[in-house]
Design a protein around this ligand. Structure first.
Ligand SMILES: [Zn+2]
Length: 145
C-alpha cells in the first residue's frame, strides 16, 4: 500500500516537472498527462518483463532441482519381494518408506564403500567390450579360412 502511494507521489512529481517544462509548448496539463501516461506504460512494460524473467528463472531452478533429485533416485525391492520402490534416498536422513503391498515400513541403509583407482597410463588399450568382441570374432573367422 505504501509502495503504491510512493509510486503515485513520484509519478505526479515527475509529471509536474514535465508540465512546467513543456507548459510553453503544449500547456501544463497536456504535458502533465503525457508524462503520467508514459510513466504508466513504461512501468507496465517493465513489470511484465520482470514477471517473465522471474518465471523463466523459477523453471530453471525447478529443472536443476529435479536433476539433483534424479541423482538420488534408486530402485529397491521390499523384503516381502512383492513391491519395487522407486524413491529418492539421502545420506543424512532416515530413509523409511511404507510398502503398499505388505503395509510394513522399510528402512534403507546406505553403505559407503571406497575403491582405490589407478591412473590410466596407456590410453591406446581397447576398453570397449563391444569392440574387443568384434575383433575376436574377426580373428576366428580369419583362422577358419
Ligand atoms: Zn512389502
Amino acid at each position: 500500500m505504501i509502495n503504491i502511494l510512493l509510486s503515485l507521489v513520484i509519478t505526479s512529481i515527475i509529471s509536474t516537472f514535465f508540465g512546467f517544462g513543456f507548459s510553453n509548448i503544449v500547456g501544463f496539463w497536456q504535458a502533465f498527462a503525457i508524462a503520467a501516461g508514459l510513466q504508466i506504460i513504461i512501468a507496465l512494460i517493465y513489470k511484465s518483463f520482470q514477471i517473465e524473467q522471474r518465471s523463466s528463472n523459477s523453471s530453471d531452478v525447478e529443472q536443476q532441482f529435479n536433476d539433483l533429485l534424479s541423482l538420488s533416485t534408486i530402485n529397491f525391492i521390499c523384503p516381502c519381494s512383492k513391491y519395487t520402490f522407486t524413491e529418492e534416498v539421502f545420506a543424512a536422513t532416515e530413509n523409511v518408506f511404507k510398502c503398499p503391498e505388505c503395509n510394513s515400513n522399510v528402512k534403507v541403509h546406505l553403505n559407503a564403500s571406497t575403491v582405490l583407482q589407478t591412473d590410466v597410463l596407456n590410453t591406446d588399450i581397447t576398453n570397449d567390450v563391444q569392440s574387443v568382441l568384434e575383433s575376436n570374432v574377426g580373428g576366428e573367422s580369419e583362422k577358419e579360412i
